[in-house]
Design a protein around this ligand. Structure first.
Ligand code: UGA
Length: 321
């Protein structure tokens, strides 16, 4: 029990980085992932290639909504719940039902399974998108939450469900609100992935709006570190902002890419995307005080690492063709 953990969404960007860290720390990791086609499932398989054959790693290819999750959780010390339908801008219209299934129903199913199992802790992956548009910056855990995207609404519902099951049934839940995570294996629909590929290949970068929107970008190993610290935490707080301390505008990101890669890309300014907030900025004082969390990788170093990862990725893809 003490070194068994379950990671949902294990083949994804943050999930796979977390699994590697847990394996390196000596945990026995059960991983569940349904390999949805939101982006190339082959990429997700590649995310797991370093650990797939490890003796302490077991992969279950199932959808949480249609498997016996109670049985799968059974003697795990902690469930890191990262499985989700991600992406702020795609969550309108017909797609919304996928967000409800993947972000709300899965979370409720896991919470039901934990009702009778108080020994297992649930670390729920929430999002800065629960805050929505606000003038109150930096964002604090206890301020009013008004998500402006359907995605944010589903992530907030998951958080509320965690609170409900904690209060009513004593389920041991904690929520981490990540702020725009980036780094090696970042999802291909996210800004840095798209910008870096365009800059490396001489393509076009599309900016939604005027590029002056800001994000508190968080390097993936810092998000992983926060998960580990949360598993070990036994204090009173239940919700933590996890931000990288690198709040910059999208235009500033482009300047960094110009300096580090080349100026050889075109920029197209498009309309602002519905559901996008103008600014995010995390007040991480609760995570610092309670979890000892402090982001270690600054933006320049983090971007360099993601660029390096994409260089290798593009080279091996070319060779594979
Ligand atoms: C990200 C993740 O995609 C969400 O899953 C996560 O929940 C959220 O962070 C969070 O912090 O909670 P987002 O901030 O939109 O969402 O991340 P990016 O896709 O990296 O976008 C950052 C900024 O760049 C946004 O303002 C977006 O409009 C802009 N952008 C993105 C562009 O201008 N062009 C692009 O091609 C992509």
């Amino acid at each position: 029990m003490d070194n068994r953990v379950l990671v949902t969404g294990a083949a994804g960007f943050i999930g796979s980085n977390l699994c590697e860290r847990l394996i390196a720390d000596g945990y026995y990791v059960t991983a569940i992932d349904s390999f949805t086609d939101y982006y190339d499932p082959g990429r997700k398989r590649m995310n797991l290639s370093n650990i797939i054959s490890h003796k302490n790693f077991e992969l279950i290819e199932e959808d949480i909504n249609s498997c016996d999750i109670r049985e799968i959780i059974s003697d795990s010390r902690c469930v890191f719940h990262l499985a989700a339908q991600a992406g702020v801008r795609m969550s309108w219209g017909k797609e919304f039902s996928v967000y409800v299934d993947s972000n709300i129903l899965t979370t409720q199913k896991i919470l039901e399974a934990l009702k009778e199992n108080k020994r297992t802790k649930l670390v729920y992956s929430s999002s800065s998108s629960v805050y929505g548009q606000t003038d109150k910056l930096p964002m604090c855990e206890d301020q009013i939450l008004k998500p402006v995207s359907p995605y944010g609404v589903t992530k907030l519902s998951g958080e509320h469900l965690c609170e409900l099951y904690r209060i009513n049934f004593g389920v041991n839940t904690l929520s981490l609100r990540y702020f725009t995570v980036y780094g090696p294996r970042q999802r291909p629909d996210m800004a840095f992935s798209r910008f870096i590929i365009a800059a490396l290949t001489g393509g076009e970068i599309e900016i939604y709006g005027d590029g002056r929107q800001t994000r508190d970008f968080t390097f993936v190993s810092d998000a992983v570190e926060a998960n580990i610290a949360t598993m070990q935490y036994d204090g009173k707080e239940t919700i933590f902002n996890i931000g990288g301390g690198s709040r910059v505008s999208v235009l500033e990101v482009l300047e960094i890419l110009k300096n580090r890669i080349s100026e050889n890309f075109d920029i197209a300014f498009l309309d602002r995307a519905k559901g996008d907030v103008l600014d995010t900025w995390a007040d991480t004082s609760v995570a610092k005080r309670e979890l000892g969390f402090s982001p270690r990788i600054d933006l320049e170093e983090g971007i360099e690492r993601e660029i390096e990862w994409y260089r290798n990725f593009l080279t091996s893809n070319k060779q594979g063709r």
